[in-house]
Design a protein around this ligand. Structure first.
Ligand SMILES: CNc1ncnc2c1ncn2[C@@H]1O[C@H](COP(=O)(O)OP(=O)(O)OP(=O)(O)O)[C@@H](O)[C@H]1O
Length: 172
């Protein structure tokens, strides 16, 4: 019997890697502020993050990202950009592939739901210490309008290793 060991990004054969879940994150950034959530349930409950969640069957990542913001905050993001992906391998075997988007506008009023509490932050006051550890690595690239590709190993809440490639400015 072989036991998979997830101790570093380089120990994984990423070309044959397939995530258990596919999910999205959406960051609405408007008037010098970013709209985040305090997540009330699911993976990362209690943490601050962008709104997002798992893909439904037949949905594109962008459709999922829009739907999740609608469900979690009752607003619709507009003028959306795609930044890239983050691949997460957890040491317990769980894995998740996350597509990351930003938007510069939205319709509606951010409202608390069963899933999330909306929180606005100044761009220089993002509460990274209350977020997933990887957010502090790539969210600055979202704010700078960059595309990127990241791979991360997590042991529970702790990041064990990571590799981030900056792919340059957004394509418009
Ligand atoms: C490990 N480092 C991480 N860093 C930053 N963000 C992370 C993350 N790991 C997961 N995420 C995000 O967490 C949400 C999970 O989604 P999650 O709440 O489980 O899905 P969904 O809303 O579909 O919930 P239900 O399963 O229907 O309850 C989803 O946005 C996903 O992108």
């Amino acid at each position: 019997m072989t036991t998979a060991l997830f101790d570093s990004v380089s120990s994984i054969d990423w070309s044959n890697w397939k995530a258990k879940d596919i999910a999205t994150l959406m960051f609405i950034i408007k008037d010098g502020k970013i709209l985040l959530i305090r997540k009330k349930r699911g993976l990362g409950a209690g943490k601050i993050n962008g709104p997002g969640g798992k893909l439904d069957p037949g949905e594109t990542p962008e459709q999922c990202a829009v739907r999740e913001v609608q469900e979690e905050l009752l607003v619709t993001p507009e003028n959306i950009s795609y930044h890239g992906i983050s691949l997460f391998q957890f040491t317990d075997g769980y894995s998740i592939h996350v597509y990351i988007f930003s938007a510069t506008d939205f319709k509606g009023t951010p409202t608390e739901t069963d899933e999330a509490i909306p929180l606005w932050f100044e761009l220089d006051r993002i509460p990274y210490q209350e977020m997933w550890e990887d957010d502090g690595i790539w969210l600055p690239l979202v704010l700078k309008g960059q595309r990127f590709h990241g791979k991360y190993i997590f042991d529970g809440d702790s990041m064990v290793d990571h590799e981030l490639v900056n792919l340059g400015p957004l394509k418009k």
